[in-house]
Design a protein around this ligand. Structure first.
Ligand SMILES: *Cc1c(COP(=O)(O)O)cnc(C)c1O
Length: 375
């Protein structure tokens, strides 16, 4: 079977290998069979291994849904009755965390920062000192719209000093940047199969502290489908997901994990970095500017400012590239229009070089001046 290979430069779902796509074609199976439970068990262990979690201390809980489900589950499940959440917010995804707190009416404090600034540690410490009722501190590892990297290890150290837990949205860094759950001071992290592991949408996972999940058994239950303890407990007793899992997506994830470990954490990380470097070099050659300076970027997303050129029309450029197998993605940051070129997925330098041939042709076709003009 020949499947057209599209290069997705959007922030997930990412380009997958054919072997991962084809792994979904399996004989029909009832997911309550022992064979399937064994598959889930191996999958959970492998997902834990990616962040080097000690299985005595950490576990992986699977859910059926996209990445936002993990954020919902962690925020609604891990807050004791008389405690507060602190959200360190410097981007779109942490703002989504704020909205989840609002929807559940959870008590929270928002530490709002500009999209290009990381937290000031002295200010964070002061806030934690003055608010001893903060228990759950939440932030996003990489803000996927801007590409900003947050210093989670340092944040986690402070959170632990004040007896809190750190929940990090690692959806766009898990299996992309090397992570060590314990050394990085993470109590809970999360991801979704369509991002770092280069598999299919529909399977999401939360990896975190067994002791904290056990403790959450007595916390208020604010959701039925999206409760972490209930799902964890079902896995513990039955080795399965509480409700119907995304069967074929799970077979694809299994294949993707085999490919992840065959490539290796470091080699994969370096592949993403060289893809990102190639993107930055080509953008600079054409005169494009990124929203963030290089040293603030995680090295996985280039957020690019729209040119000040009357012939620039993102959607026309997008369509030109899309018809030729390359997908680029718009995004607004503060008041600035931008588009994104992301380095996740089963792609390498050659794909980026091929993309820039098409992208440059699109710019010339629509008579956007080169080098790119900014006022
Ligand atoms: C992709 C992503 C999510 C999840 O988005 P879904 O559309 O629900 O899959 C959450 N957080 C971050 C940082 C992401 O990049």
């Amino acid at each position: 079977m020949k499947i057209q290979r599209n290069i997705l430069l959007n922030p997930g779902p990412a380009t997958t290998t054919d072997t991962v796509k084809l792994a979904q074609l399996v004989p029909d199976i009832c997911p309550r069979e022992k064979e399937f439970a064994e598959l889930l068990s191996a999958l959970r262990q492998d997902l834990l291994k990616i962040v080097h979690g000690d299985p005595e201390k950490y576990t992986c809980v699977l859910f059926c849904g996209s990445g936002t489900l993990n954020m919902d589950v962690c925020l609604n499940s891990l807050l004791p009755a008389d405690k507060k959440i602190l959200i360190i917010n410097n981007g779109t995804y942490s703002s989504r965390g704020v909205e989840i707190c609002q929807y559940y009416n959870l008590p929270f404090i928002e530490m709002r920062l500009p999209f290009d600034e990381i937290v000031d540690f002295a200010e964070l410490e002061k806030l934690l000192q003055e608010n001893p009722d903060i228990y759950l501190v939440y932030t996003t590892h990489q803000e996927t719209v801007s590409g900003l990297l947050n210093p989670i290890r340092e944040i986690g150290a402070l959170v632990h000093k004040y007896q809190g837990i750190l929940v990090v949205d690692t959806t766009s860094t898990y299996a992309l940047l090397p992570l060590d759950i314990e050394q990085d001071n993470i109590d809970f992290c999360m991801a979704s199969a369509q991002k770092g592991i280069q598999a299919m949408t529909g399977l999401s996972y939360i990896i975190g502290s067994i002791a904290e999940i056990e403790a959450s058994r007595h916390y208020p239950k604010r959701s039925y489908y999206c409760n972490l303890y209930l799902q964890y407990d079902f896995f513990k007793k039955n080795g399965e997901m509480h409700f119907t899992p995304p069967v074929q997506t799970i077979y694809a994830a299994k294949q993707a994990l085999q490919e992840y470990f065959a490539e290796g954490e470091t080699a994969k990380y370096h592949r993403h970095l060289r893809v990102h470097e190639t993107i930055l070099a080509n953008l600079a050659r054409l005169g494009f500017k990124t929203i963030l300076p290089k040293e603030k970027q995680a090295g996985l997303v280039a957020a690019v400012k729209y040119p000040d050129d009357e012939n620039w029309d993102f959607f026309k450029i997008h369509d030109y590239c899309y018809q030729r197998g390359f997908t680029i993605y718009p995004g607004r940051i503060a008041a600035t229009n931008s588009f994104r070129l992301c380095s996740l997925g089963a792609i390498d330098v050659i794909d980026i070089e091929n993309f820039f041939v098409v992208f440059e042709a699109a710019l010339r076709y629509y008579q956007v001046s080169l080098p790119i003009r900014y006022n």
